[in-house]
Design a binder for this molecule. Sequence first.
Ligand SMILES: Cc1cc2nc3c(=O)[nH]c(=O)nc-3n(C[C@H](O)[C@H](O)[C@H](O)COP(=O)(O)OP(=O)(O)OC[C@H]3O[C@@H](n4cnc5c(N)ncnc54)[C@H](O)[C@@H]3O)c2cc1C
Length: 386
Amino acid sequence: MQFEFTPEQQELVALARRIAREQVAPRAAAIDEVGEYPEEIFRAFRDAGLLGVGVPEAYGGAGMGTLGLGLAVEQVAQYCCASGLMLLLTKLPLMPIMLGGTEEQKRHYAGGTADGSLRGAFCLSEPDAGSDAANIQTRAVRKGDQYIISGTKNWISGAGQADFFTVATKTDPAAGARGMSVFVVERGTPGLTVGKKERKMGVKGVPIHQVVFDEVAVPASAMLGQEHQGFKVIMGTLNSVRPVVAARGLGLAEGAMMYALDYARQRKTFGKPIIEHQGLQWMLADLAVRLEGARLLTYRAAIEVDQGHTGKADAWKLSAAKLSATDLAVQAATDCLQIMGAAGYMQDYPMERHYRDAKQLQIVEGTSQIQKNVIGRALLEGDLHW
Ligand SMILES: Cc1cc2nc3c(=O)[nH]c(=O)nc-3n(C[C@H](O)[C@H](O)[C@H](O)COP(=O)(O)OP(=O)(O)OC[C@H]3O[C@@H](n4cnc5c(N)ncnc54)[C@H](O)[C@@H]3O)c2cc1C
């Protein structure tokens, strides 16, 4: 086990930190206030080369893997959780293509992601199927050399900007998880409609939309992987993105703690800075310990993904990282807001935004309860032992 980053990884952290402090931090409050996707941040990421950090070199990226992407996301999310999600979206919708696509599809979509000419959205959730992904109702029916896709996807991050959509469907509805297939669908395909922007609590810089597929015809070659094998592609995608969601939680917790610490050094009660009250030091000490634990889990999980360990036996490690870092983010935002008293509750400071943003992390890409189910199953089946 080694705890040092390579010189290349250290340079990446320094670069992401600079972009986060110079470009993201000054705009974070306005991004939240306006509630629109910040194109100028996307351009800043593109110009700095951050969109391709996790894309393999063979497809035009930096080849720094899930760990590299997670490190960049962590820095950015210290100031703006939505901007961290923008970077995460260079992996989530692309992953089904990397797992099941042809060489040509990988070159096209991964290359476009890395150079910023293409953006994607990942379409799994539906009005009646979130955690229970195998229960999706979207159908894809073979007709000659095409498939016809019909169904409704809910809460799709980045759908407003997406050039392509990776879509989970049922090709054999009676077969449950064994009847799923995944497709890539281009924006502008007749029958595909991106619905209105939803009103939500936080992470407002990345709006979510409903995406409706009304008899959308795609060539059979748009299928990613084998027919009926889509569940594997979906689970492989979600598992490999868990460390990056965790990195958003780490960054948010770090940002909240740095701000609260600074504030607590300035603010005085009973004749001394509030940081000198032991009750507050203990709150921060508890958070710091949990943060260090979550960082280790997250970095290990990212390395596991980069080593190709995303199958059932290793899934608990990825879930443990996501669970611990996102639960920590909520706790850190709650405690740091408390440390700031009324000021924490005011929109003049970033803490109430961190508080609203953090909650999203416990819900997306597998809720905290679903992560515990994965870890519980690993315990029962002996994958997790000492
Ligand atoms: C801001 C935001 C962005 C999103 N972006 C995307 C996106 O880009 N693409 C996409 O496909 N989806 C997206 N989603 C949807 C997200 O993935 C789902 O909300 C999530 O999977 C949970 O599904 P659900 O909301 O239907 O909750 P449900 O599945 O209905 O669960 C409701 C509650 O029951 C609990 N629960 C369910 N089953 C179990 C169980 N077996 N054991 C214990 N507890 C259980 C859950 O933990 C939860 O607390 C987004 C959601 C949000 C809020």
